[in-house]
Structure formats: structure tokens, C-alpha cells
Design a protein around this ligand. Structure first.
Ligand code: FE2
Length: 377
């Protein structure tokens, strides 16, 4: 079997029952939200946006929203131990809880998805303050991860009711050029990928636009399989990975072991100038996977001519891949917590709509070197 390109996105004859306007925010459950928020600001160039906690009438948690262009992250921590957020952190460590999706009608989104078999996480809930109203609803997806539907067309406040504006005039790090969420990848268990492909197809109306089997994504030692799911309009993309048999342990299996189940493996953030973005991130201490410099010896033979000079790409370790529509530049951070679980991808698309298949082997060998150093290969 080989990589397969599935049929094109929704044709005009079919009605998209769940029109998604994009990712609204990504919420992380973390052990210390105050410090995590500082990390995303100091290391990734986010700005303080909004805060919710006891001072705003929220009794069981503290949440910090930070923003960079169209990327919004919410860092949430429990204030006491007898709390489902605390249970989540005990089980998984720091990780993604909610991949929140912007919709025009959160009530309808909940009705359409639960009618099609989604398990409800939150019934439609209207939140109001002096700046208007936000309607939230939510459904469960893989593991303990959820999708929230966010309707904010009647809201003019800084983030949402329950939050107050938050800023620090003395600490406003310059941004790193991170623009929006390109895609979010989920790791699921052995033989579970097709179950979740069917879930995204039937419950959310997504299409499977690309598939990679274990021959595409394998090194001498380990393997995984992946299918890319896209919303009807293409604004939201969720690749789903499952481990595959190899001589040694798949990176997906290592994730499942340490996350204690299925969950979000990486969030890809788009930039329009990856050389500048990665230069800034490295300067601020973000650590990236490193491929051998021999990767660059034959790069231009593989991808043809590109606009960028080769030397900064080589110096920063940025990877390049080409598909039928153009090329892309990408780079992956090391895990951003001590467990080998969540990491980030930085991606600049120059026409390409794919995910860097040509880089999988070099990249996964780099991951294996890290796995080996952790004693988990
Ligand atoms: Fe990715």
C-alpha cells in the first residue's frame, strides 16, 4: 500500500451540517497555569489576554488566556485536589484538554453532533456579561480530549464571560510571527485509527483527505500509521495517528504509555516567515528536534528550487518538503513537558497542502534518538 489521496472535499451538492470557522482556542490542563502562561509568553511570544479565577467568581480553577495573532491558548489549573481537572493532570500530566472550534451556532453544532452519536461533554450553555454573550457546548473525542463549540458572534469582550482583561505593561514580549493553528494531531491506540476516522466522518462531517500507512512512515526500527481528517470547508484539520509494529517501540506507543491513553500529540502553528520565527523561538529557549546536517546535502535535488537561502535553513535545522501544489517548511519542538507527550510544529506553507511526508523518515529517526536517550525505544 502507498499514500492515498482521497476524493476532494465536500462537493457543492452536499450540505455541511457542521460549518466550522476555524480553531477558536486550545485549552491545556496544566499543573501550574500561572507559570505555563509565562512560558508561552516568554518562549513563544504570546501576549497576556484574559484571566479567570477566584477574583472573577470562578471558584474551582484559574485560567490564563494568551494570544498571538489568531492563536489563542488557555492554560487552566485546578485550585483544589478534588476536581476533574486535577484528575486529568494526575493521569496525563500537562496536556491538551479542549480543541475548541468556532461556529455560528453552538446549540445546533451540539445537536447535530450528538444526534450523530457524539457523547456530550457540555450541553449548550449561554454565558453573559456586559460585553454580550458567548454560547459554549462540547463533545468528547479520543481519550479525555474534547471539542468545544464556541459561538461568539454576539460578544465584544476581550475573551469570554467569566474572564477579565489581563495584561502586564512591564512584560510584553515581541511576537514570534505565529499566526494560527494549521492542524492538531491526535494519537490513538492500537487498531483505533479507523474508529476515529469514522467518528470524524459520521459525527462531524469531516473527510479523510490523506492516508499514510506503515510503509510510508517507518524507519529501520519503528512505525506508525496516519490519516488526515479535514472539515468540509478545509479550515480544520485533524490527522490521527496509531502505532504500527516495528522492531522497536513506536513513538506513538511511547506517547500512549506516558500520556496514559489517547490524546493530542502536537499542535502545528503557522508562520509566514519560518526563518524569523524559529530564530526568535531558539533565542528564547525553545528546543527543537535536530536532523543530521547531511539532510541538506541533497535537499534541493529532492524539493527543487525554493525561495529561501539554504544556509539559514541548515543552521536552524528547518525541513522542506514538496507536493503537487507547492512546498512547505517545517520544524518540530521537543516535548514541552517532562513526559514525552505534547510538542509543537512550526509550519510555513508555500502552496503545499500536505504534511511533510518527505521528511517523515529523517524526522522519526531524530525522534528515535530522543526515545533512545530516554530509554524508551
Ligand atoms: Fe503536523
Amino acid at each position: 500500500m502507498k499514500t492515498t489521496l482521497a476524493s476532494p472535499l465536500n462537493s457543492s451538492q452536499t450540505v455541511d451540517f457542521l460549518p466550522l470557522e476555524g480553531t477558536d482556542y486550545v485549552e491545556f490542563y496544566v499543573g501550574n497555569a500561572k507559570q505555563a502562561a509565562h512560558y508561552y509568553m516568554s518562549a513563544f511570544g504570546f501576549q497576556a489576554l484574559a484571566y479567570a479565577g477566584p477574583e472573577t467568581g470562578v471558584r474551582d480553577r484559574a485560567s490564563y488566556a494568551v494570544r498571538q495573532h489568531k492563536l489563542t491558548f488557555v492554560l487552566t489549573t485546578p485550585l483544589r485536589g478534588d476536581n476533574p481537572i486535577a484528575d486529568h493532570i494526575y493521569k496525563h500530566g500537562d496536556g491538551v484538554k479542549a480543541l475548541s472550534l468556532r461556529v455560528q451556532d453552538a446549540t445546533r453544532a451540539w445537536e447535530e453532533t450528538t444526534k450523530r452519536g457524539a457523547q456530550s461533554f457540555m450541553e449548550p450553555k449561554r454565558l453573559e456579561d456586559k460585553d454580550g454573550e458567548v454560547v459554549l457546548s462540547g463533545i468528547h473525542t479520543y481519550g479525555d480530549t474534547v471539542h468545544l463549540f464556541v459561538e461568539r458572534k454576539n460578544y465584544n469582550g476581550v475573551f469570554m464571560p467569566g474572564y477579565r482583561a489581563w495584561s502586564n505593561p512591564h512584560f510584553q514580549p515581541t511576537d514570534c510571527g505565529l499566526l494560527y493553528v494549521d492542524h492538531c494531531v491526535g494519537n490513538v491506540g492500537w487498531n483505533q485509527m479507523n474508529k476515529w476516522v469514522t467518528f470524524y466522518e459520521e459525527v462531524l462531517g469531516f473527510k479523510n483527505i490523506l492516508s499514510f500507512d506503515d510503509e510510508d512512515i517507518s524507519t529501520e526500527y519503528s512505525a506508525l500509521m496516519s490519516k488526515v481528517m479535514s472539515s468540509g470547508n478545509g479550515f480544520v484539520k485533524f490527522p490521527i495517528n496509531e502505532p504500527a509494529e516495528g522492531k522497536k517501540k513506536s513513538q506513538v506507543e511511547e506517547y500512549l504509555d506516558f500520556y496514559n491513553g489517547e490524546g493530542c500529540q502536537h499542535v502545528a502553528m503557522a508562520t509566514s516567515d519560518i526563518v524569523r520565527t524559529v530564530t526568535e523561538l531558539k533565542k528564547r529557549g525553545v528546543e527543537f528536534l535536530q536532523v543530521p546536517t547531511t539532510y541538506y546535502d541533497t535537499l534541493l535535488d529532492r524539493v527543487g528550487s525554493i525561495d529561501e537561502d539554504l544556509s539559514p535553513l541548515k543552521e536552524l535545522g528547518i525541513l522542506v518538503d514538496r507536493d503537487n501544489e507547492g512546498y512547505l517548511l517545517q520544524l518540530f519542538t521537543k516535548p514541552v513537558e517532562d513526559r514525552p507527550t505534547l510538542f509543537f510544529e512550526i509550519i510555513q506553507r508555500k502552496g503545499a497542502t500536505s504534511f511533510g511526508k518527505g521528511n517523515f523518515k529523517a524526522l522519526f529517526e531524530a525522534i528515535e534518538r530522543e526515545q533512545e536517550a530516554r530509554g524508551n525505544l
